[in-house]
Design a protein. Sequence first.
Length: 478
Amino acid sequence: MSSTNSPARVRFAPSPTGYLHIGGMRSALFNWLWARHTGGTFVLRLEDTDRNRLVEGAAEQIYASHRDLGITPDEGPEQGGQFGPYVQSERLDIYREHAEKLLESGAMYRCWCSPERLTKLREDAQKRGVAFKYDRHCLVPANRRPESEPHVLRFHIPDRPETVAWSDAVRARLEFRTEDLDDFVAMKADGYPTYQFANVVDDHLMQISHVLRADEWIPSTPKHILLYQAFGWEPPIFGHLPAVQGPTGGKKLSKRDGAQSVHEYLDEGYLPEALRSFLASLGWNDGTTQEVYTTDQLVDRFTLDRIQKSPARFDKDRLTWVNGVMLRQMPLQSLLEAAESFWPPVAAEYPTEYKTAVLGLVHERIKFLAEIPELTEFFFADPKPDPAPLTKQLDVTVAQSALERVIQALPSDWTEPALEHAIRPLAEKLDLKTGQLFGLLRIALTGRTAAPGLFETMAVLGHDVTLRRLNTALQTLR
RNA sequence: GGCCCCAUCGUCUAGAGGUCUAGGACAGCGGGUUUUCAGUCCGUCAACCGGGGUUCGAAUCCCCGUGGGGUCACCA
């Protein structure tokens, strides 16, 4: 299948009303994957026709999210392209011009109805238990008003009852009856188009071949198709993606219930590659038992027919696992680069070689980069002296003599094997269990009960620091 | 409420009539490795929403329920 697809032109069209949450990013990723898989083009278009909901800086955040996730658009507001502009508020003339055509052909009509009247209509519909449909009041010649008065442009749903159907790339045939459709507003009174209208005009003008969008758009797709027909245009292929639900399920993922921006994950040290693999698995799989994918594999195997129909829940535990797998597979050098902005402040003065050695010890245990300070802090700063944990397992005198013996036994050959050779036998001589002695030393050296292996830790810490910390521990017991 | 979509372990999913006493993975639990934690290895718990059909045979097809979700804006 992969080689038989012609290059697709796909788009992701968010509106700048806030940051992009994970569900939105998943849609963007699917579009990007399909473009890459077919050797096509990924277009980013900003749908900013609602002036009331614009959020300062949101557009920039959206651009950044794509960049940082590694799915930079081929065409868009930032990169331009031959089908621009890619911001809808800069295309007002285009919409007006096209609206004019449909006005002339009779596919659209002017409507002067007040918000109050519409609200009343809506309430009536609710009372009667039916879906709201505009009553076409302004279609009656007697109700027409001067064109100079504020009005909107409505699309005239065909009077003849018919079925509007399309073959969805994700869920086979979908159909609606025109009787159930409302004469929706295409151009608002402020001169801006609605999504329904701008979307169709732009997708056609930008030669979009596949519209892959969230399935909440299914109910408005017949309106879009009717619009294409009114223009005499060929509709694109529609593919409606299953929703991404929050961790607790139920409602669709929204920004209030734990949904987060890509940046929050990036900031926690989730790798873009891990995010891509995990996000792809939310509603798509290749049918094998493979669980983690490189992006090349994703691009190679991504096909529309393997997109899931049912909603997927966002499971952070699984993301964390994927991230851990990728972190562990990463060469130490790459990990060092990825970790750059995650070091604790105290690490600032230390040389790269030292940090590399430290990273080598936590490489196996790290799940996301933000854990680095917690995992490595004691490599850079002495633990706070505290007698309590030192004597939790052993009484003071035993702990003291153990520390003294270890200090005396420290080898001159400061290597992991030499250290182990010198210290391990001490446990038996002191009549202690290995775990008791090692536990004591671990606390003395790191201030923690959980840390990397004792001897590798000592090897990295170096002779002087090790000796100092052991002495400090001894002092606190006196 | 009208219209629409969806329905396999807690979660992500495999499954396109027989190979399903339903497979993999995450999480959970138990154990091995081991100086702790993590990792790793092994094991374990756990699902076809219900009812009717169709068929020799249904998780897979059809219908009806039920449940969940979406949508009914001069928001996208």
